[in-house]
Design a protein around this ligand. Structure first.
Ligand SMILES: Cc1cc2nc3c(=O)[nH]c(=O)nc-3n(C[C@H](O)[C@H](O)[C@H](O)COP(=O)(O)OP(=O)(O)OC[C@H]3O[C@@H](n4cnc5c(N)ncnc54)[C@H](O)[C@@H]3O)c2cc1C
Length: 205
């Protein structure tokens, strides 16, 4: 090892990756005493009265209906989850309003989902709102980024090195070195690190 990890990280963070973009979201999950049979697994809602949330105007909501696996909810129940892109900064600066903002967004989404899911309120049994801060608190996802760097034109073509200059025998794998992130991509990057190590040891990868 030729220099310390913190020195190598500092050099790396001042050399370009900060210009990449990342994204996070707010996930409002509604557990209902209804199997939601026949509902599509995924749908995009629009055409409703836009509302403000997370410091931005919301006119589209992605909805995921967890109705196709008995492990998702007790028998006869399902989970309807609404997803909104949300900046980490907004949630991180709510202070004592944080809990109230979560309740407000859940209420707003319940109203928005009422049309496609008319029995939502009457069958509602639990509500859970996860914010970018939740991803940080629960999973240590930096700034709540759920998939590391976003696959922007720059990010998807750009290459993120898996090594740090001056730090021998140190490799990085996971969502932060593969723009686009996600579990399959993180696994793939681990495989590539093994190939780099094998190459360094003059072994077939
Ligand atoms: C809500 C949500 C939904 C998602 N849905 C999907 C999906 O449907 N499909 C999909 O493919 N991907 C999904 N993703 C993305 C996917 O989970 C990540 O891209 C993937 O888990 C990244 O793997 P990783 O190994 O790079 O990092 P992680 O899985 O985040 O692992 C990093 C680990 O390092 C630990 N850590 C962090 N800092 C330190 C430290 N200083 N010291 C010690 N340990 C530390 C963390 O606690 C964590 O255990 C989702 C992510 C989120 C947040």
């Amino acid at each position: 090892m030729r220099r310390s990890l913190s020195a190598a990280c500092a050099a790396r963070s001042s050399s370009g990756t900060r210009s990449r973009t990342l994204a996070s979201s707010c996930e409002a999950s509604f557990g209902v005493a209804d199997p939601s049979a026949g509902q599509p697994r995924l749908l995009t809602l629009d055409g409703f009265e836009p509302f403000e949330a997370g410091g931005q105007v919301v006119d589209t909501v992605q909805v995921c209906v967890y109705n196709d696996d008995p492990a998702f909810a007790p028998a006869g129940h399902s989970v309807i989850q609404a997803s909104l892109p949300m900046p980490y900064e907004w949630w991180a600066t709510r202070g004592t309003r944080y809990g109230a903002e979560k309740e407000a967004i859940a209420e707003r989404l319940l109203a928005t989902l009422q049309k496609p899911f008319p029995s939502l309120r009457s069958s509602l049994r639990m509500t859970d709102v996860a914010t970018p801060l939740t991803f940080w608190t629960m999973a240590r996802s930096w700034r709540g980024a759920y998939e590391g760097w976003m696959p922007s034109a720059e990010g998807i073509l750009g290459h993120v090195k898996k090594t740090l200059a001056g730090l021998d025998h140190f490799y990085m794998a996971g969502q932060w070195v593969e723009p686009g992130g996600g579990v399959p991509i993180a696994l793939m990057s681990g495989r590539q690190v093994m190939q780099l190590i094998c190459k360094g040891d003059f072994r077939p990868g």
